[in-house]
Design a protein around this ligand. Structure first.
Ligand SMILES: [Fe+2]
Ligand SMILES: [Fe+2]
Length: 186
């Protein structure tokens, strides 16, 4: 969480409306997946700069995941957590086998998706005028994800992307969308 993160009490998940519980379930699953993406990179890569990049992001993703871990009871989490662990690990490890550009492309695509995901929840919460503590938390996490995405983009700018990178980026976005839809339900 960034240093400017507001500290406001979080309501019990069970007191929140169904739609928001489903969103939080998908957030927990997504943050778990993110932790495993960076663990996958660190398991495979020996590239010093790439490892520093992954270690720095991993630290924040672990904080995001820990917040949802502490907040959501096991019964309120996705049933598919083993799938999100494996999928996240592969999504980090496979590009890391190819090299830094493949990793930066993947992280840029994943974080770009996560930012839109969080922003959409923040808009819905703002419109509801309720659960200010939840909104503040998501805003704080979203700004961390914005930094992660900007970091990946800076290291592998759009103008240098190959066709394969652009195709891979679209595939990552589509699979992220499918994963979120599944995690909201299961
Ligand atoms: Fe995160
Ligand atoms: Fe992130």
């Amino acid at each position: 969480m960034n240093s400017a993160a507001p500290v406001m009490p979080l309501p019990p998940v069970a007191q929140l409306p169904e739609w928001l519980q489903a969103e939080l379930r998908s957030n927990h699953a997504g943050e778990l997946g993110a932790v495993f993406i960076y663990r996958g990179i660190l398991t495979v890569s020996r590239d010093h700069q790439l490892r520093n990049f992954a270690a720095e992001h991993l630290h924040q993703e672990e904080e995001h995941m820990a917040t949802f871990d502490a907040w959501l009871k096991p019964s309120q989490r996705s049933l598919l957590l083993p799938v999100w662990r494996i999928a996240g690990f592969m999504l980090g490890a496979l590009p890391a086998l190819i090299g830094p550009a493949a990793v930066f492309t993947t992280i840029d695509a994943v974080e770009r998706f996560v930012i839109l995901h969080y922003r959409s929840q923040i808009s819905q919460l703002d419109a509801s005028g309720q659960w200010g503590g939840v909104t503040a938390l998501l805003r704080s996490f979203c700004s961390d994800e914005e930094r992660h995405q900007a970091d990946a983009l800076r290291r592998y700018p759009m103008r240098r992307r190959t066709t394969i990178a652009l195709i891979w980026s679209s595939a990552v976005s589509v699979s992220s969308r499918i994963s979120v839809a599944l995690a909201r339900r299961f």
